[in-house]
Design a protein around this ligand. Structure first.
Ligand code: CTP
Ligand code: MG
Length: 238
């Protein structure tokens, strides 16, 4: 499943983030192509902006079409990421036991990461997240009431025990269904699906992610993504 219904406010004015282009191809198309290329993936459910379902359907039919074997379903998303994931879950065909949730905003994830996450779920984990070690030391602070003021440091967690998590995150379908239903009941709104599993007592494991699976969030991320794509293209053509 690919949540792609966000507006991309931190990217600045323009089209919804999933439809912004990278190397001349919409970000969403990159993300869907990677999933469709994984042999672990049979169906791709794309959760599109509410007013963009027809556009996304046409775009993907054109861009993916005959080239990939995975079945494609497009449904309208919600106002929060959690609502969008729920809409995607509701659209999953029966008989699907494993769900990968992959942000459209991570267009350059290598297919090996997709395969590794799917394999870890197939091997028995109920929730799997790909993650990478942190480059920066992290400080926990007491946030200042106004941005820009000095903030007191509370603690410095040991960096070797920290990981920055990416997507696709993989789940047993029944587990993901259950935690999303509980989140609604309890009025919880979370942007991290694995976090919901933890909160409700499930076990989450981390597998190695990849530096190219970074999320396109701010304008600088687009610059980096274009550079990664250019590097890949030059290597393939060489
Ligand atoms: N997402 C979604 N539905 C929402 C909000 C987010 O499907 N209501 C998706 C986004 O499309 C994205 C992923 O969740 O693929 C991760 O979210 P994020 O990077 O925060 O994207 P946006 O919410 O679009 O960006 P911003 O927060 O800057 O507006
Ligand atoms: Mg967001």
């Amino acid at each position: 499943m690919v949540p792609a219904a966000g507006r991309g406010e931190r990217l600045g004015p323009g089209a919804p983030k999933a439809l912004r282009e990278l190397g001349g191809v919409p970000i969403l198309v990159h993300a869907v192509r990677v999933l469709a290329r994984s042999r672990a993936v049979e169906t791709v459910v794309v959760v599109a902006p509410k007013d963009g379902v027809a556009e996304v359907r046409a775009l993907l039919a054109d861009a993916i079409g005959e080239r990939e074997s995975a079945v494609l379903v497009v449904v309208p998303g919600g106002d929060t990421r959690q609502e969008s994931v729920r809409a995607g879950l509701a659209a999953l065909p029966p008989g699907v036991d494993v769900v990968l949730v992959h942000d459209a905003a991570r267009p350059l994830v290598p297919v090996d990461v997709v395969d590794a996450v799917a394999r870890a779920v197939a091997d028995g984990a109920e929730a799997v997240v790909p993650a990478v070690p942190l480059a920066d030391t992290v400080k926990q602070v007491t946030p200042a009431p106004t941005a820009g003021l000095p903030e007191p440091v509370v603690a410095t967690p040991d960096r070797s025990t920290l990981r920055a998590v990416q997507t696709p995150q993989g789940f047993r379908r029944d587990v993901l269904d259950r935690v999303h239903a509980k989140a609604v009941q309890e009025g919880i709104d979370a942007t991290d699906d694995a976090g919901l599993v933890e909160r409700f007592g499930g076990r989450v494991v981390v597998v190695p992610g990849h530096e190219e699976a970074f999320k396109v969030t701010r304008p600088l991320d687009l610059v980096l993504a274009e550079a990664v794509l250019a590097r890949r293209r030059s290597r393939v053509e060489y």
